[in-house]
Design a protein around this ligand. Structure first.
Ligand code: MYR
Length: 282
């Protein structure tokens, strides 16, 4: 039987105790401040990050894991595993996927399968947790990849909104025309991923209207008694996220509702105050 390691990059924001419990290996992306670079989740967590940005008004940048780090990790895993499945954030917004593919070709003794989640955060976590479940049950790398592909084909809806579109624009993850229209009309677009990239889904003027619209989409997609996993993701808006989660628990009796967060790397590009909702039917 093939022994398979499951690797995620840090932007799936799976809490450490769950990673440990499910045997998930994490590799960090970095936030780069003027003088210092930090590995997110390992050296800097969301709360400290938002405090630093708030207090110092710093404008951090982000970077993918260095290829050498990926190679080192695979070499270490090759001591105990035959294969590894690594699930990355979208290759349309980060070079992490490409670097992982390159690292996999450089290391012998372990077969690396790299899965492009084509998104990030909790939807990426849905893939990672499923991969870990299958690996722990003894599936091989090909079967795990096939299962993840099937999940992707079924679709994982995810919608999010930001307080200030300039963060996404500054980081080059939203094109100028989209920024211009949003800022000009003072619109808070609902955003989502299409073809691995962030695009506006619909233009609404307030957060309240955006949330109502996302709830409507959920109603079209999820029946009140469906078994569904829902994640409410926030950038330093825990109270708001708790309220939304409570409302969702009332609407969907069999839902497993989580509260997750946009950590330092994704928070650099979305900014404080962002909120997202994603779900997957079981
Ligand atoms: C890098 O420097 O390689 C990382 C770049 C990360 C870009 C993040 C853009 C925002 C993604 C939002 C995801 C929301 C998912 C629900």
């Amino acid at each position: 039987m093939s022994k398979v390691a499951v690797i995620t990059d840090s932007t799936s924001y799976i809490p450490e105790h769950i990673r440990n419990e499910k045997n998930i290996v994490m590799i960090s992306l970095n936030v780069v401040f003027d003088k210092e670079t930090y590995k997110e989740e390992a050296e800097i967590k969301a709360d400290d990050f938002y405090d630093m940005v708030g207090k110092e008004g710093a404008l951090p940048k982000t970077s993918q894991p260095a290829i050498g780090e990926l190679v080192e990790l695979l070499e270490e895993l090759s001591q105990n595993y035959d294969e590894a499945v690594m699930i990355t954030l979208s290759s349309g917004i980060s070079g992490t996927y490409q670097s992982a593919v390159a690292a996999g070709e450089m290391v012998e003794g372990i077969k690396l399968h790299v899965f492009d989640s084509e998104i990030s955060c909790s939807p990426q976590a849905f893939y990672v947790l499923k991969a870990a479940e299958l690996a722990n049950e003894g599936s091989n790398g090909y079967d795990i990849m096939n299962h993840l592909l099937q999940m992707k084909n079924n679709g994982i809806p995810a919608y999010f909104m930001v307080d200030d579109l300039n963060h996404l624009h500054r980081g080059g993850r939203l094109n100028t025309a989209q920024l211009f229209v949003g800022n000009l009309l003072q619109i808070k677009p609902i955003l989502h991923f299409e073809d691995k990239k962030i695009v506006p889904f619909e233009k609404v003027r307030t957060k309240k209207k955006a949330l109502k619209r996302i709830f409507d989409i959920m109603d079209e997609n999820v029946k009140p008694d469906d078994k569904v996993k829902i994640s409410v993701i926030h950038a330093k808006r825990e109270d708001e996220a708790v309220e939304i989660a409570d409302e969702l628990r009332e609407k969907f009796a069999n839902a497993d509702v989580w509260i997750s967060y946009f950590g330092p790397v994704i928070g650099t590009h979305l900014g404080e105050g962002s909120l997202g909702i994603t779900w997957i039917k079981e």
